[in-house]
Design a protein around this ligand. Structure first.
Ligand SMILES: N[C@@H](CCC(=O)N[C@@H](CS)C(=O)NCC(=O)O)C(=O)O
Length: 222
């Protein structure tokens, strides 16, 4: 059985979980957190990052975008990378935007508000949260909002890696309880709702909420 290594709370591992669910691929899941990676993990992930996908043959793919490329060729139904060359390139760019600008804006908010108190057992860095929410988040949300005007999906007429790449970090943002300000970013707010109602993403998000509740009550019990 192929194996995914990576906690479902990682925006990068969640990209892979969404694609696997969309394609109905069976796999084993080792939900390792990046907070617990040691040197031994370098054997399968030279950058010591999650996610890693290990094929049945024992090959390791240590990057979410590489994994999505692989999955789309190995399990082509449904297609998540558009056939059209321009649309494919646009989708890959938006996936990259999600992995970089969006993840860098919202993942630290998630880490400080949830991982810090629950996993790392330290106080949140409120100054960092405030800076992300007041500077980077508005810039990134504004760009995404403009890309989504009049569109159901980010590229073309179908769900693609672009939507996965943007929806996944938005799940982390939703976990923090912060809202996408509908007055300023109506198209992005609608997109986030659509994505969170999509059955594959809704099921993953509900499972994460259950896991998070368990972690929060365990941390509260000391
Ligand atoms: N480009 C990588 C980024 C993966 C990544 O940054 N993962 C984080 C967890 S969300 C990680 O493992 N961080 C560990 C570290 O940077 O030390 C991908 O798309 O898979």
């Amino acid at each position: 059985m192929p194996t995914l290594h990576g906690t479902p709370f990682s925006p990068f591992a969640r990209k892979v979980l969404i694609a696997l669910s969309e394609k109905g691929v069976a796999f084993d899941h080792v939900p390792v957190s990046h907070f617990e990676l040691t040197e031994a993990f370098d054997a399968i992930s030279p950058l010591r990052k999650i996610p890693v996908w290990t094929t049945d043959e024992g090959d390791h793919l240590p990057d979410s975008s590489a994994i999505l490329q692989y999955l789309d060729r190995a399990y082509p139904v449904p297609r998540l990378i558009p056939e059209d060359p321009l649309a494919a390139a646009q989708a890959l760019f938006l996936e990259e935007y999600g992995d970089t600008a969006l993840a860098l804006a919202v993942a630290p908010v998630f880490i400080e508000m949830l991982a810090a108190p629950v996993i790392l057992k330290r106080a949140p860095d409120q100054a960092l949260i405030d800076k992300k929410l007041s500077e980077e988040v508005p810039r990134v949300f504004s760009y995404l909002n403009s890309r989504l005007e009049g569109r159901e999906y980010l590229v073309g007429e179908d769900f693609s890696v672009a939507d996965i790449g943007i929806a996944s970090p938005l799940c982390n943002f939703r976990h923090t309880g912060n809202e996408i300000d509908r007055a300023n970013y109506p198209h992005l707010a609608d997109f986030a709702e659509r994505m969170l109602q999509r059955p594959t993403i809704a099921a993953l998000f509900a499972n994460e909420q259950k896991l998070m509740e368990g972690m929060v009550s365990k941390a509260a019990a000391g």
